[in-house]
Every structure is written in structure tokens, then in C-alpha cells.
Design a protein around this ligand. Structure first.
Ligand code: CP
Ligand code: NVA
Length: 306
């Protein structure tokens, strides 16, 4: 593994390698054993969008591994004033051991990896959020014991989360049903990539406009905000369109009895999910958020470690 840009680039074996290392790092952290696997290394973290979980978990993870995280807000670096990705990649490769980037255009992350000579980790683009979904799958494995054969229902916007969930489920052999409103479907190129992997893994992919159909028999129910970063101007239109896609108690009761609820967070209670679901007994959202730390430490070790 040289970079982590898309889950589609990984093999199933690499995904399970990440999970094995995540499990070990999590257990050892809880039991007080330290692993300075990135001693003396520096990770630059470029953010052109807001973040709580990604920023804090990468920073803390880097400290725990003996390295140094460097927060680079796009407001403060020349990239934000129009310096090219090519020059940024060339220059940062002379100082850093790795880059984590959160930005709008997915192509910028691809170009950063192409033009630089150090590992690049995708911390969210408009198209994908691979670190989140690797932490999600790890959480599902912790709760359910295994991934293969489970069904995940994603209800809401056909956005970056839906895309990485399609990639992730198709790699590990989980069935996935995605229910979006018309005109808010998933990107067709991503769906094709997931279908390619699903042929190998045996996972079933269903795309529908009907949340009731999607949620039937689901082991995992997932939703995300209806208004992603950068879509603020469409807010009122989106809130109206997505209303029938709210994950509330009534809809959630149609999943399996022991279904778990996941959300990448930040969540907006009363919109994409109601309090009784996200704060209810089947919700695992804070374990999921914690696992960002453990899984990203494993990812950093795999791409930046010696
Ligand atoms: N889930 C997630 O990536 O959260 P942040 O936007 O707070 O980083
Ligand atoms: N879809 C959301 C995910 C936030 C973690 C966004 O892009 O804003």
C-alpha cells in the first residue's frame, strides 16, 4: 500500500491487514503498551474543509505513534491562494513523510499523490471518504463478528459516504442497498467499480428510491447529513427532498431486530436521523468515531512505516 486514496484501490487482504493491525493497536493502547512505529516522522494535514474527528484522530494518532502531525489549513498555505497542486506536491515531498488531505475535488488528491513522492491519505473529498468507511467496517466487525454475508442499508444522499460504503461492502462481500431520492443517486462510475468488486466477493448491490425496500433485513443501517460541506446553498431544497428518507424509529424497526445504527457524524438530529435512533440502544456511533483513531493509525503505519 503506497497511498490510501480509494477503497477500490485496496485488495481484500490489505483491508484485513489494516483491521488486524487496528485491533492490535487498539488493544495495546487500552492496556498501556506503546508502539512508536512512526518515530520521528512528520505528517502534513491539509484541510480545505472543516473537521473535528479527522483532524483530532489523525493528530492524536500521529503523537501516539511517536511522530509529528502538522496542521495545514488551506487558508494559511499558498495552495489556498492558487499555488498549483504540482508545486505543492513537489515542495511538501521535500519536508514531510506523508500527507493527509481533506478537500473538495477528488482529482486534487489523485494529483498530489501523482506529483509528489510521499504517501497520500484521503481524509475526505466530495467523492469519497475511505478512512471513515474502513473505521465503519472495523466497527461492524467488532459488533457482528464478521462482515461477509451481512447486509448494510444506506438511506439518504448518494454522496461521498455512500460511495465509499459501496466500495467497502463490495470488497469485503457485504450486501449493500442504497436508497436515495431521484436526482441524488450515486455516481455511476463508482457504482460500476463496486459492481466489478462485487462479482468477485459475491456481494449484492441494490440501488433504489425506496427506503423501506432498502432497509428490509438489514444488519447495519447507515445515514449521513443531507447537506454535505460545500452544499450549504442547496440547504432548504435538500431538506424538503430528503424528508421521506429520515431514519426514524418507524423506519429503523423494519431492519433486523439486532440491527446496529452507524453515522459518520456530524449528525443533525431531527433531519437525517431522529434522537430515538441515534441515541437509542442500537446506535454505535461513538464506538465508530473512536475507531477512526485506531484504524487510521494502522493506515498510517502501513503507508508511512518502515
Ligand atoms: N466523520 C468525519 O469525518 O468527521 P469530521 O468532519 O469531524 O472530520
Ligand atoms: N457527507 C459529509 C460527510 C462528513 C464527514 C460531507 O461531505 O460533509
Amino acid at each position: 500500500m503506497k497511498h490510501l486514496i480509494s477503497i477500490h484501490d485496496l485488495t481484500k487482504e490489505e483491508i484485513y491487514e489494516i483491521f488486524d493491525l487496528s485491533k492490535k493497536l487498539k488493544k495495546d493502547l487500552k492496556e498501556g503498551r506503546e508502539h512508536k512505529l512512526l518515530k520521528g516522522k512528520t505528517l502534513g494535514m491539509i484541510f480545505t474543509k472543516s473537521s473535528t474527528r479527522t483532524r483530532v484522530s489523525f493528530e492524536v494518532g500521529m503523537y501516539q505513534l511517536g511522530g509529528y502531525p502538522l496542521f495545514l489549513s488551506a487558508n494559511d498555505i499558498q495552495l489556498g491562494r492558487g499555488e498549483s497542486i504540482y508545486d505543492t506536491a513537489q515542495v511538501l515531498s521535500r519536508y514531510l513523510d506523508g500527507i493527509m488531505i481533506r478537500t473538495y475535488d477528488h482529482q486534487d488528491v489523485v494529483d498530489l499523490a501523482r506529483y509528489g513522492s510521499i504517501p497520500v491519505i484521503n481524509g475526505l473529498t466530495d467523492l469519497m471518504h475511505p478512512c471513515q468507511v474502513l473505521a465503519d467496517l472495523f466497527t461492524i466487525m467488532e459488533k457482528k463478528g464478521e462482515l461477509e454475508g451481512l447486509k448494510l442499508a444506506y438511506i439518504g444522499d448518494g454522496n461521498n459516504m455512500a460511495h465509499s460504503l459501496l466500495h467497502g461492502c463490495a470488497k469485503v462481500g457485504m450486501d449493500i442497498s442504497v436508497a436515495t431520492p431521484p436526482n441524488y443517486e450515486c455516481d455511476s462510475a463508482i457504482v460500476e467499480e463496486a459492481k466489478e468488486d462485487a462479482k468477485l466477493s459475491g456481494s449484492k448491490i441494490v440501488l433504489t428510491y425506496d427506503p423501506v425496500e432498502a432497509i428490509q433485513n438489514a444488519d447495519v443501517v447507515y445515514t449521513d447529513t443531507w447537506v454535505s460541506m460545500g452544499q450549504e446553498a442547496e440547504r432548504s431544497e435538500r431538506l424538503a427532498v430528503f424528508k421521506p428518507y429520515q431514519v426514524n424509529k418507524e423506519l429503523f424497526s423494519l431492519a433486523k431486530k439486532d440491527a446496529i445504527f452507524l453515522h459518520c457524524l456530524p449528525a443533525y438530529r431531527g433531519y437525517e436521523v431522529t434522537e430515538d435512533v441515534i441515541d437509542g440502544p442500537n446506535s454505535v456511533v461513538f464506538d465508530e468515531a473512536e475507531n477512526r483513531l485506531h484504524v487510521q493509525k494502522a493506515i498510517m503505519v502501513m503507508v508511512m512505516g518502515d
